[in-house]
Structure formats: C-alpha cells, structure tokens
Design a protein around this ligand. Structure first.
Ligand code: AMP
Length: 368
C-alpha cells in the first residue's frame, strides 16, 4: 500500500513527502480510510506505530475545505511533551496547507496561548487541565469543533484526567467525529469510548506494548561490568546501528568518548550541543558514518532513523513509558529490532514496575 491510495490532497501529500514517509504504517493503512469517510474510530495502538499521522492526515484533509480561523479540530494529549510532538507533526505534515495549529498546556503562562487563540487557528493540541481553565475564562470557544482526538487515553486515565475529559466532551458539539487512541483498553477507557464515540470502527495494531518487531531482553550485571558488557553487545550488533541511552548528558558524553577511544565510530547527542553540532551528529548517524549514538532521553527526541537495529539501555529508564518509548526507536517500519537493557541490583525495583506494566517478564540473558 502507498500513501497515494488515500487520495490525499496534493498539499497534504507534499507534507508526507517532507516528513520522509514513503509507506504507510499498519495503523495508518487501517485508520486513514475510515477516518476520511467520517467514522468515529477506536485505535488500539502504542507510541511508535505512526498513530499521530494516522489521525493528523485525515484531519488536515477535512479542514482543508471549510472556514478558517475557527478551532475545528481538538486533540487532547496527556502531557505537554506529547502535545508539542503532535503539534510538530502537524506543522510538518500540514506545512503547505496554511492550516494553523497551536498548543495549550499548563506549567507556562497562559498569555501567549490566549494570544494565539485570538490570532486564530484551526487545530488545538491541548492538555485537559489548561483547556478547562481557558474554557472557564471564555478564552477558547469549542463551538466549531468538528473532530476530537483523545490521544493516549490510557495514560490520561493513569494520570487522573478522565473526569476532565468527560467535562470537555460535555462542552463539545455533539455532532462531531471522535477518534480515541489507547495502547491498552482498561474498563474505564472502554466506558469512555462507549459514551463518547458513535458506532466507532475499531482498529488494532500489536496487542501489547512494545511493538512486536522489537525483541527485548535484559542483562543482569554488576555495575562495574557495564562498560565491558556494552562493548560486547555493540560488537554483537555487527553492521547494525546502535542507539545507547544514558541517564545524564555528562554520562552520554563520557561514554561516547570512551567508545571512540576503543576504536568505535561513536558520538554523543546531548543537550550541550549547538544546533549545528547536533545536526552534524544526526547526519552522521543517518548516513551510517556514525555507528553508535549515545543519547539522553531528552536529546534523543526526534531521532528518527529507521535503520537503528539495536537500542541499548546503558542506564535503566525510570518508567515503563520511557522504556517503551526508547525501545520503540528500533524495529521501525517492520524491520526487526533488538532492545537490550543493562540491569544492576539498584535497578531491580524499576524493572519490576516496568514488567508489571508490560504484563510479562522480560527475557533475561547472559553474555556467553
Ligand atoms: P508515532 O507513533 O505517531 O509517535 O510515530 C512514531 C514515529 O514514526 C515518528 O517519528 C514518525 O515520524 C514516524 N512515522 C510515522 N509514520 C511513518 C511512516 N509512514 N513512515 C516512516 N516513519 C513514520
């Protein structure tokens, strides 16, 4: 299947090209046609599957015709990071459409957000709390909303946002298209879907997080064996490209230097780099000159290299979500990926939490 089969407007197809997408992902093939037809949709998909474009593209197509300057699409996101990511995706995919997107979330001044609302936009990506505040101040009108997306609904539920979401639902025009995405379907989300969606089409990709094309395992080791173990794992990766995660930027920098001294084409990607340096490292990784990239979670945002064969957690991620997010960097586009995590004694409580949330134990491995 290709993107052509969706018959997207050429201005939107241009966005797909600038995003560098050539083949739709599974969730995109399954969701885009029913969303374009106007159906409500219940999407069971986790981060890393391409779910954002699965709803953004049909929304852009819908908004291309009709009035401008009114909020016609509302996307609810649990965190400001996700809101920003989604907004960024809209800007890339919708670059040629002239449609405007803005973000609304707490923890920052509301003033610029109110100004942006006044200036006019067709799409808002919002966290529930700030949206409700702005609604209470009459700074935002939802009366023209035609499409609602509830993204990462299970995380919203975990964070206690469901009552907020229900209040927002109650304030929206009842005649609208509603799309709900969630990686899991606890009873509360099912009931939200029953109340908020109208005869939804259900699509599902990969029943369990993380994505199925990633095989993952942990290496229980003593802390002082970390570096040697990493070297062994990198050499086992053969010709593949390896993304290594550390907890801090200092550790990323130090580790990349150590690996370079050991003769590996390694670079670090961390917050201390200038935009040019960052670009240089990214280009090196994309064109394969850099084999090992050492990064922190923050710096790694936006790394989108489909040939990453191995993700190695040199330092354990602190939440299941970060774990899923990190290992979703490999196994992209149905290529087989491997995600390995070095686990020391002090990481065991975190590991237990992650396994609990995943719902199964992660395979233990030992170096030969
Ligand atoms: P998401 O699950 O929406 O967070 O997307 C995960 C990553 O996949 C993002 O970095 C997207 O840019 C990328 N992506 C989404 N759709 C495609 C596609 N059809 N081809 C290649 N990359 C994609």
């Amino acid at each position: 299947m290709s993107f052509d089969s969706f018959n997207l407007h050429p201005l939107i197809s241009a966005g797909v090209v600038s995003a560098g997408y050539t083949t739709p992902t599974s969730i995109q093939s399954k969701s885009i046609p029913p969303i374009l037809e106007g159906h409500d949709l219940l999407g069971l998909a986790q981060t890393g599957t391409g779910k954002t474009a699965a709803f953004v593209l049909p929304i852009l197509q819908r908004l291309l015709v009709g009035p401008r300057g009114r909020l016609r699409a509302l996307i609810l996101a649990p965190t400001r990071e996700l809101a920003e990511q989604t907004h960024a995706a809209i800007q890339v995919l919708g670059r040629k459409t002239g449609l405007r997107s803005l973000t609304l979330y707490g923890g920052v001044s509301a003033l610029p957000q109110v100004k942006a609302l006044r200036a006019g936009a067709e799409i808002a990506v919002a966290c529930p709390g700030r949206l409700l505040d702005l609604m209470a101040q009459k700074a935002v009108s939802l009366s023209a909303v035609e499409v609602l997306v509830i993204d990462e609904a299970d995380r919203m539920f975990d964070m206690g946002f469901l009552p907020d979401i229900r209040r927002i639902l109650a304030a929206l025009p009842p005649r609208r298209q509603t799309l709900l995405f969630s990686a899991t379907m606890p009873a509360e989300i099912r009931s939200l879907a029953t109340d908020g969606l109208h005869q939804p089409v259900t699509v599902e990709v990969g029943a369990r997080r993380p994505v199925e094309t990633v095989s993952h395992a942990i290496y229980p080791i003593e802390p002082e064996r970390k570096y040697d173990t990493l070297l062994a794992l990198v050499s086992q990766a053969g010709n593949g490209q390896v993304l290594v995660f550390t907890r801090t930027k200092h550790r990323a920098k130090k580790l990349a230097l150590q690996l370079s001294k050991a003769g590996l084409a390694a670079k670090s990607l961390q917050g201390n780099l200038s935009q040019n340096q960052r670009q240089e490292v990214m280009d090196g990784f994309r064109n394969g000159r850099v084999k090992v990239m050492v990064a922190t979670d923050i710096a790694s945002r936006g790394i989108d290299v489909s040939q990453i064969s191995h993700v190695i957690n040199y330092d354990m991620p602190d939440t299941a979500d970060t774990y899923t997010h990190r290992i979703g960097r490999t196994g992209r586009m149905a290529r087989q990926g491997t995600a390995l995590t070095l686990v020391t004694r002090e990481d065991l409580p975190t590991l237990r939490t992650i396994e609990h949330l995943l719902g199964y134990p992660i395979e233990r491995r030992e170096l030969a």
